[in-house]
Design a protein. Structure first.
Length: 364
């Protein structure tokens, strides 16, 4: 295997161009992030972890995914990336600091890589103590989430609202839709040093995508930092598009469930998929579409892997069905204007039927 130019050690943020910064800011706060800086030109949001920001939105005339931001641990790697991609090293912005390079992957999706970034103090380092049937860790202490008194209230129209959002800690991964899976997988290894956790085998028996992760040697990495999804030629308009961004929550299942009820009872957002547990990566998940039409995920309790763990080949059915949870809509992983989602789902019932058949298996 080719020696990579650099090895990114983690993902930091996603960056978008947005038509309506105010609507997106409201969504991100409902989603469980905290504003770092808001202006007429841009919004930046952090999690409870140490990253300077995990979401950036810039004012523009269209809703567009701009880039995902990663970090490397040495300046030499940043210099090697600059030389190999034919770009200049620049200063990071005032919030994130450090040095950075910007270029594109084979499908034209933006990539930003940083060295020496600023960090923030975590806002909450408490760890939930859980009791299971076989392991009792909490004694003479009640389990409480939030105030512990319930966070329900009634709005002016008589609808019940759950007030407490999730506590988003960090960005864990993104998913992208590409033209050719093997080409993209090879590029992300050769340029950014990512390694395969799972090859996704399509109906034709060929690799149709992969879950890939940072190579941090003996240090654990998330099961995937990037999900590469190869779409067929019939879906060519979605080649080179953003699929979703997955944000890790701070306090496990309570955080996921509280965020679900908060997002649901606002009555403002489209629920895309969940709640369930993935098979690949094992995360508990819940996906919500934002006002710009992009999908963001709450997740918790994901797998960690060291670099010595070999890749495995898995069926596309395994990706879809997971361990438990609902079947995804045909609009999943597709960036769509919110007003077009219902029409898209209705226009592609065959995809939903295919998923149902794949999950149910052959009739006996």
């Amino acid at each position: 295997m080719t020696q990579p130019i650099a090895k990114v050690s983690d993902i930091i943020f996603v960056r978008f161009q947005l038509r309506d910064l105010d609507a997106q800011a409201a969504y991100l706060e409902d989603f469980g992030m905290t504003a770092v800086q808001i202006s007429d030109a841009a919004i930046h949001y952090r999690g409870t972890g140490s990253d300077a920001y995990i979401y950036a939105g810039e004012k523009g005339e269209a809703d567009v995914f701009i880039a995902a931001g990663y970090r490397v641990d040495t300046m030499a790697e940043l210099e090697a990336l600059a030389e190999s991609q034919g770009v200049e090293i620049q200063d990071g912005d005032a919030l994130i600091g450090g040095k950075m390079v910007r270029f594109s992957d084979p499908d034209g999706l933006g990539v930003e890589v940083y060295y020496g970034v600023n960090t923030l103090d975590p806002t909450d380092e408490s760890v939930p103590v859980l009791n299971s049937g076989k392991q009792k860790n909490r004694l003479n202490q009640a389990q409480r989430f939030g105030s512990g008194a319930g966070e329900w209230s009634m709005d002016d129209e008589g609808n019940m609202r759950y007030a407490l959002p999730s506590s988003v800690m960090r960005l864990g991964h993104t998913a992208i839709n590409v033209k050719d899976g093997p080409t993209s997988i090879a590029w992300y290894h050769d340029v950014l040093g990512m390694i395969v956790s799972d090859n996704i085998i399509g109906p034709d028996g060929n690799v149709g995508g992969a879950f890939i992760r940072c190579d941090n040697g003996d240090m654990p990495s998330d099961h995937h930092t990037l999900n590469v999804v190869a779409l067929p030629s019939e879906a060519a308009p979605f080649h080179g598009t953003f699929g979703h961004a997955g944000f890790e929550l701070e306090k496990s299942l309570d955080d996921l469930m509280a965020g679900h009820f908060h997002m649901k009872t606002t009555g403002k957002y489209i629920h895309e998929w969940g709640i369930g547990r993935h098979l690949l990566g094992s995360q508990l998940y819940d996906y919500w579409r934002d006002p710009a039409g992009f999908i963001l995920e709450h997740w918790t309790d994901g797998d960690l892997m060291t670099a010595d763990q070999p890749p495995q080949d898995v069926s596309i059915v395994d990706v879809i069905k997971g361990q438990y949870g609902p079947i995804p809509h045909s609009s999943f992983n597709m960036s769509l204007p919110v007003e077009a989602v219902d029409e898209f789902r209705e226009a592609l019932p065959s995809l939903t039927e295919m998923i149902v058949k794949a999950v149910e298996g052959p009739k006996t």
